[in-house]
Write a protein that binds this ligand. Sequence first.
Ligand code: SF4
Ligand code: SF4
Ligand code: FES
Length: 209
Amino acid sequence: MQVDSGITLVHAIWSAGRSEEILTGCDGGVCGACTVSIQLKEKPGKTIIDLACCRLVEEGMTVFPYPVPPVPPVQPSSEPSADTLRKAYPTLDRCTKCDACTTVCPMGIPVMESIKRMQAGALEEVAEDYTTCIHCGQCRAICEDRVQPHTMGMWVRRSLAIKSSAETTVPVDEDASRAEQEWAYLLSGDRKTQLQHCQQFRQTGKVGI
Ligand code: SF4
Ligand code: SF4
Ligand code: FES
């Protein structure tokens, strides 16, 4: 496929009229729907997992759909704890601590250690662990015990967010102004700059302004 340089894989696939070949959601590096396997011409035999909406096309790149099917999320809880997590995901205690999930994580997340933190109820630390998760699903795919680490990690993050929003009252004006600032930051600059902003925002949760 011949495409313009400087565009993302998602946009390349769309512009080639082959949008049905890739799942997309946010087109902004957040939802993980567009995870793909990539092989580069200069690194034959090495497979990279990345988000197609954040990865720029390169000459000679080979791209495959990522074969881990999504799983439906479990409703988060406004009272997150080890017990409510266990109730939502009885798989939590199936973990045999083999560490295979940590080995495959492309983002260097300490997945198995995070499972131990979940079991101990250290949920604030778990939420930190999954800040950079790209939802590629590899930790779930490799787990023979079907523990589903990252879906539990996301459950923890969402549950803590619900708890915290119930406890904090942010004035509506302040909330709207923060959202406006974030959008202005994400949409500023050329396409390459926007991608950098998007990646930085995904990794830190903060705008660089
Ligand atoms: S979650 Fe699965 S892959 Fe990870 S350490 Fe536990 S059993 Fe092993
Ligand atoms: S889904 Fe699992 S393997 Fe993929 S980035 Fe998140 S923690 Fe790492
Ligand atoms: S479409 Fe959501 S992360 Fe790429």
